[in-house]
Design a protein around this ligand. Structure first.
Ligand code: FEO
Length: 173
């Protein structure tokens, strides 16, 4: 059984994961608008991953006999100054999410809720990967210095990470 505090905090994180998906879909739309399809594809795949994170929280809350409470999802920005600015914003967002996950883990320890603490272990490790993958792209974008040719090559590279969800839906899941 989850404590009131723990349940509230888990529901807040569920909302943040949904916002993360929303943010990355917004970034995907920004890149689609620039005809940078590879960047857009990468962002849409990232958004899908965030939906998966949200679902992990959703399922965990129910497994612990809690009640999921869906709150309004904040509207994400629509425009960024440049591809680099968008990825820098994504990196900052992932750092914020890592901080939130760490705070959840601290709360679970305070509450002596060892099941939730164990559940959060996956997210603690996942955030290391999340931050590293975005930071790598930030560094590459800094290297391009707005050179269109290099940007095009990076777009090709990022396009290799194709979103999975539409395929899954077409195949009936
Ligand atoms: Fe679910 Fe990218 O943090």
């Amino acid at each position: 059984m989850l404590s009131e505090r723990m349940l509230k905090a888990l529901n807040e994180q569920l909302n943040r994961e949904l916002y993360s998906a929303y943010l990355y879909f917004a970034m995907g739309a920004y890149f689609d608008d620039l005809n940078l399809e590879g960047f857009a594809s990468w962002m849409k795949a990232q958004a899908e991953e965030e939906l998966g994170h949200a679902l992990r929280f959703y399922n965990y809350i129910y497994d612990r006999n809690g009640r999921v409470e869906l709150k309004a999802i904040e509207q994400p920005p629509k425009e960024w100054e440049s591809p680099l600015a968008a990825f820098e914003a994504a990196y900052k967002h992932e750092q914020f999410i890592s901080k939130c996950i760490n705070e959840l883990a601290t709360l679970a320890e305070e509450e002596k809720d060892y099941s939730t603490r164990a559940f959060l272990e996956w997210f603690i490790n996942e955030q290391v990967e999340e931050e590293a993958s975005v930071k790598k792209i930030v560094d590459k974008l800094k290297f391009t210095k707005d050179n269109p040719q290099v940007l095009f090559m990076l777009d090709q590279e990022l396009g290799q990470r194709a979103p999975q969800l539409p395929n899954l839906l077409l195949q009936g899941g």
